[in-house]
Write a protein that binds this ligand. Structure first.
Ligand code: SF4
Length: 362
């Protein structure tokens, strides 16, 4: 439960205080149209806002920067992305993780072009109908690109609001309450800037550890600060341990140094991505994750075991390597040279496996 803000009640609204701060201290981000540029008549491009928001899910601003620049160089408009080859999109995405986002990106671009005449729907409900767009992204694009008064709540905003109102309900149960509180504060005139201001405050001032409350424009009304322990918020429900699955991966190296890769099935985990031949990922202790699961007989040696955490389980992957004197008669994939390997659509777990077998590969 949140405590009442009326206890503090400074005359300036949360939105006024935040927007005044944002006008002076906003972050410069490649996809952002800052207040001074808005005043000069520039408007946010829905394609760029949407692209950045999809990339920023589960990924930091720093990590997204180069990928965003690469996508815009390859596909400057939503029509270009809709016409792109899916394989090329997956390759350009490789390294950002959560690859279903890349496939949905392509499908959403196609839907915008084929079902909406090439223009993004201008409201949250229309945006939510596109593949890969949930409540958060729909609200963010509607607010930032179309100036709709939508509550936009990401992890940063959750932290700011649970502290401001000293919300004692743990996450994720507190989400509806946070959303309701944010909705009451969104100003009609600058909803997009309000969303970005709250995100910026969470990213730069109201940080998870040691928030810089002395610099915060909302310090006069912050209940967590008044109680003396802002870091206590947000409260979080105890995490369940993820189940463990095991598997074996096989890095076969031909005499010229090329590596055998194959494509994963078109549905399911890491669908359509590239991988070295790998056993099934299994939770069974008697599952076939030993060298017996190798794609062909060779002098396989264990290079090491890597861990990778997926959304629903942790994978422990035994990585085997074999130096071949000639390529085996197999048609399970293709041989990727050392020059080509970094351009393959390899998910992070496979990059880790390759680096375990061949430390200087990337
Ligand atoms: S005063 Fe401190 S804890 Fe409260 S919102 Fe500002 S930075 Fe966060």
């Amino acid at each position: 439960m949140a405590r009442s803000a009326a206890q503090s009640a400074p005359s300036e609204s949360i939105a006024d205080a935040l927007l005044a701060w944002y006008d002076r201290h906003h972050r410069e981000l490649p996809w952002r149209v800052t207040p001074d540029r808005q005043q000069a008549g520039e408007r946010a491009d829905p394609y760029r806002v949407w692209l950045s928001e999809i990339m920023l899910q589960q990924t930091t601003v720093q990590a997204v920067g180069p990928f965003y620049a690469k996508f815009l160089a390859l596909w400057p408009t939503v029509a270009d992305l809709a016409a792109a080859d899916e394989e090329d999109v997956l390759k350009a995405w490789a390294g950002l993780g959560y690859y279903s986002r890349a496939r949905n990106l392509k499908r959403a671009a196609e839907a915008v072009v084929h079902d909406h005449g090439g223009a993004f729907p201008p409201d949250a409900a229309g945006l939510r109908s596109l593949p890969g767009i949930g409540d958060y992204t729909a609200g963010a694009v509607a607010a930032i690109a179309f100036n709709r008064a939508e509550p936009v709540v990401d992890g940063n905003v959750e932290r700011v609001f649970t502290r401001l109102f000293a919300i004692e309900t743990p996450l994720p149960a507190a989400k509806p309450e946070i959303r309701r509180l944010v909705a009451t504060e969104v100003p009609d005139d600058r909803p997009g800037d309000f969303a970005q201001a709250t995100m910026d405050l969470g990213a730069t001032i109201c940080t998870p550890r040691r928030p810089s409350c002395i610099l915060c424009p909302l310090r006069d009304r912050c209940m967590a600060l008044r109680d003396g322990d802002p870091e206590r918020f947000p409260l979080k429900a105890a995490k369940k341990e993820k189940p463990v699955r095991r598997a074996a991966a096989f890095v076969a190296v031909d005499p010229a140094g090329a590596i055998l890769l194959r494509k994963r099935p078109g549905t399911g985990l890491l669908a359509g991505m590239s991988e070295v031949p790998t056993s099934e990922f299994t939770a069974r202790l008697d599952g076939d994750t030993s060298v017996d699961a190798a794609p062909f007989p060779a002098a396989w040696t264990l290079a090491g075991t890597i861990k990778h955490v997926f959304t629903h389980f942790e994978l422990r992957l035994d990585v085997y390597r074999a130096e071949l004197s000639e390529r085996p008669a197999t048609n399970i994939g293709w041989w990727s040279t050392r020059d080509d390997i970094s351009g393959e659509a390899l998910p992070t777990v496979m990059k880790k496996a390759l680096a375990c077998a061949i430390p200087d590969i990337f």
